[in-house]
Design a protein around this ligand. Structure first.
Ligand SMILES: [Zn+2]
Length: 281
């Protein structure tokens, strides 16, 4: 199979208030597009991430703080979605995957969280992948908000190459720890974003890794709530550039920020269609 789409109806029903309204319409738009053919592109339903894995990623105090949180359950199911997507790719069942979520993950550190995030879905998933024998990962965070939680987990991990796009104005490299902060400015347009993506992918090519995560926030669209000034045309182009750069390595898209229904209806099928190799931007 080319693409595994991991989706659960609870994401649109119980997901974080700002994020949830886009879930169902974008999924319906994906189904209507005909991309999901049950052969090359298939849909899977996630289970909640195992609690022992979540507990291993986060501090006991953070786990305690989350106990009464109304989004706790959907956040654990969101982590389960990323986990299933990555397992399908890591085992070779799928070439790539797109994980829907009801909460985001990249602002969840080991001991705290903010910004619609509760548990760090990618960090939890990497724990499992390392048990499966994978060790080195490329993380490309294109959500316009700084992925501080992911940096808390992997900032000092030389086996994780972390590309972190954000709205600041400074591009900063820490090659020793493989941390690349891509402050491309609040008003960055398609051209600027793709240019900087191309240049950082050039560097990432030299890093030996087994699986790539893309933390995909379409809050980067000019009509959505985050930073950047991107159009819907940029997402398939971005996906193609990433596919070309990582060649035959596994690829997992993780849905992050974004609330604009119209944007999600274009952006998500646009990415999945490119993953399925069926559209040229
Ligand atoms: Zn964001």
């Amino acid at each position: 199979m080319k693409v595994a789409v991991v989706y659960h109806g609870d994401f649109g029903r119980d997901g974080f208030s700002v994020l949830k309204d886009r879930i169902r319409p974008s999924y319906e738009s994906l189904i209507e597009s005909g991309i999901v053919d049950g052969v090359d592109v298939q849909v899977f339903g996630p289970k909640p991430a195992p609690l022992e894995l979540v507990e291993r990623a986060h501090t006991p105090q953070h786990m305690d703080n989350m106990l009464q949180d109304p989004y706790r359950e959907v956040a654990i199911l969101s982590a389960g979605s990323v986990l299933l997507a990555a397992e399908l790719v890591a085992t070779g069942a799928a070439e790539s995957a797109f994980a829907y979520t009801g909460t985001a993950g990249h602002h969840a550190s080991r001991g705290s969280c903010w910004g619609f995030c509760y548990f760090n879905d990618v960090a939890i998933t990497i724990l499992r992948l390392r048990e499966m024998g994978l060790s080195r990962f490329l993380i490309i965070d294109v959500d316009p908000h700084f992925g501080d939680g992911t940096r808390d987990f992997f900032g000092r991990d030389p086996d994780v190459f972390h590309i972190n796009f954000h709205t600041g104005s400074e591009i900063k490299h820490d090659p020793l720890m493989n941390n690349y902060d891509m402050g491309i400015g609040f008003d960055a347009d398609d051209q600027k974003f793709l240019k900087e993506l191309a240049s950082i992918l050039e560097l990432a090519k030299d890093f030996d890794f087994q699986l790539c995560f893309v933390i995909f926030g379409h809050d980067s669209h000019r009509d959505d709530y985050g930073g950047f000034n991107l159009t819907e045309k940029v997402y398939p182009k971005m996906t193609r550039m990433i596919l070309e750069a990582i060649q035959d390595k596994g690829l997992v898209f993780v849905l992050s920020g974004g609330s604009n229904v119209q944007v999600a209806k274009e952006a998500i099928p646009g990415v999945i269609s490119m993953l399925a190799g069926r559209r040229s931007p």
